[in-house]
Design a protein around this ligand. Structure first.
Ligand SMILES: NC(=O)c1ccc[n+]([C@@H]2O[C@H](COP(=O)([O-])OP(=O)(O)OC[C@H]3O[C@@H](n4cnc5c(N)ncnc54)[C@H](O)[C@@H]3O)[C@@H](O)[C@H]2O)c1
Length: 395
């Protein structure tokens, strides 16, 4: 315990990051920034150790970001008594093993979506977290955007009447290049269900966050780039490879899905990782009996709102987020100053640390990951059978 300049009691919390690719870096930066944006949080993260199995990667991360130690084997983190909380930012196939081991060792976890390869994996991590009584936060960052929180409140308050239907889209080109290397993402055993885990998982979380539980769905999937070149060296993010031996893409490039919500509302969810001309075109349109609300991640501080009693020819206003909307004021002093993607991760880190400080969850939890994974599982089974699948019983 130490006393900050404002006289607040601040406890330090040793944290570790396992897997230092894109998300490892973003989580590390988020921990460093939390005290800047949330000086009143009584818990200050200390970067204790970083693990990555690529030789030299953890050492470089430690040198750049200030971790006290660097290791190659994540099992050393399990055994490290300095570590009380762990970011699990390794590839999907490691989520279950690492997540369960960390939770069983009594460490709080901030784990990236989709939490494993299957709903059974997500459940295993959720159960380990519940049994150990630690906190578990999941990287469904889009729900942290102030505009998304504002949309949720508008909907819950009846601002657009009774919700009738939603369209959720997640289009990206990160796998569109034919020379995109055959990394873990494209293998079923290590990457799981492709764009379903990568993007549709976020879409399901957004849909549930705004409209509540999904009762049933029917889906169609496709692979549009069936082969890719194997990388010759270590990869991070979306590396390129050409001329090498070709291997099969084992998981989905595309999914489209019809949704029925428990409320009776209907929905359409579409996600694609090979959409040429689309860069992070993520968003939603929610329609109700009296209005509508529109959000686009690329202009994430704006919300399109149509409300009133005109029904027909009702105008749409652009509302800029500002202080009072979600966590906006922790970042900017006045409306229409743009926040960015990394800020969503700072909010997520803050919610994770607040969960630990208060012993009660804030933000997306493992229960949300299980629900998302159950929907992805239902999509896979529906794409195989062509039938409507019940999400809850199907999980
Ligand atoms: N929330 C989001 O918006 C978002 C965005 C991208 C990725 N993700 C998720 O984050 C996770 C990581 O994705 P990424 O894009 O950072 O991937 P990445 O490939 O850039 O990084 C993964 C890192 O894990 C390391 N790693 C692999 N095996 C390891 C092991 N046994 N021990 C320790 N480290 C190991 C790799 O060397 C690499 O540095 C995935 O689960 C992905 O779904 C979430």
């Amino acid at each position: 315990m130490d006393r900050s300049k404002e006289g607040l009691m601040v406890d330090t919390l040793g944290v570790a990051v396992v897997g230092f690719g894109w998300m490892g870096r973003v989580h590390s930066q988020a921990y460093a920034r939390v005290p800047h944006h949330y000086p009143k949080l009584g818990l200050r993260p200390e970067l204790v150790t970083v693990a990555d199995d690529v030789p030299g990667r953890a050492e470089e991360a430690a040198a750049r970001f200030g971790f006290a130690t660097a290791v190659r084997d994540w099992r050393e983190v399990v055994a490290d008594p300095r570590v009380r909380a762990v970011s699990i930012t390794a590839p999907n196939f490691l989520h279950r093993e690492i997540g369960v081991a960390m939770a069983e060792a009594g460490k709080h976890i901030w784990i990236e979506k989709p939490v494993g390869l299957t709903v059974a994996d997500a459940r295993a991590v959720a159960e380990a977290v519940a049994k150990s009584g630690v906190q578990g936060t999941v990287g469904f960052n889009y729900r942290n955007a102030p505009a998304v929180e504002s949309a949720r409140r508008l909907i819950a308050d009846g601002g657009i009447g009774t919700v009738t239907h939603v369209r959720v889209r997640l289009f990206s080109d990160y796998a569109a290049h034919p020379e995109g290397a055959l990394t873990w993402r494209y293998e079923r055993e290590r990457g799981g269900s492709g764009v379903l885990g990568d993007l549709a998982s976020h879409g399901v979380d957004l849909a549930r966050y705004l409209l509540g539980d999904i009762a049933s769905l029917t889906a169609d999937t496709a692979v549009f780039v069936p082969e890719r070149a194997r990388p010759t060296g270590a990869t991070a993010g979306h590396s390129r490879a050409s001329g090498g031996e070709l291997g099969p893409v084992e998981n989905e490039d595309y999914v489209s899905c019809l949704l029925r919500f428990a409320s009776g509302a209907r929905g359409v969810l579409e996600a694609c990782r090979v959409s040429v001309g689309e860069q992070n075109n993520y968003g939603f349109e929610v329609h109700g009996t009296k209005g509508a609300v529109f959000w686009d991640f690329r202009r994430m501080n704006e919300l399109g709102v149509s409300r009133g009693d005109r029904y027909q020819d009702q105008p749409v206003s652009t509302v800029y987020m500002g202080p009072g909307e979600g966590e906006y004021e922790a970042f900017q002093p006045g409306s229409a100053n743009a926040m960015g993607y990394d800020d969503l991760k700072v909010i997520e880190a803050y919610r994770f640390l607040s969960s630990i400080a208060e012993g009660t969850p804030h933000g997306a939890t493992l229960a949300d990951a299980v629900q998302s994974a159950a929907a992805l599982d239902a999509m896979t089974r529906s794409a195989e059978s062509g039938a409507w699948v019940d999400v809850h019983r199907g999980g």
